[in-house]
Design a protein. Structure first.
Length: 94
């Protein structure tokens, strides 16, 4: 099973309460992972049971570690290809 970094709130503050907003975010991530085929049906049901019964962050650390990571960046914009040669500067538009 993958491990979370010590800086993760699930590891660094395991006794902190699991609020409803966090529970709902984790359920949404679990649903997405299951829909994408990244979580087996048995594990999905077990993880849902744990998420609904958990009251502390540490209780869901194992589930969070197994979920696909969240994107920490936006999709980069497509940069138009210029007509100049590599390393050649082009005049600015304004």
């Amino acid at each position: 099973m993958p491990e979370l970094p010590r800086s993760s709130k699930y590891v660094s503050t395991p006794d902190a309460p699991l609020d409803e907003a966090e529970r709902n975010r984790l359920i949404a991530r679990l649903n997405e992972a299951y829909g994408d085929g990244k979580v087996a049906a048995d594990a999905y049901r077990a993880h849902l049971d744990t998420l609904f019964s958990a009251s502390r962050l540490g209780e869901v650390a194992g589930i969070v570690a197994e979920l696909p990571p969240l994107a920490t960046h936006d999709t980069p914009a497509i940069v138009p290809v210029g007509s100049g040669q590599p390393g050649e500067l082009t005049p600015s538009g304004g």
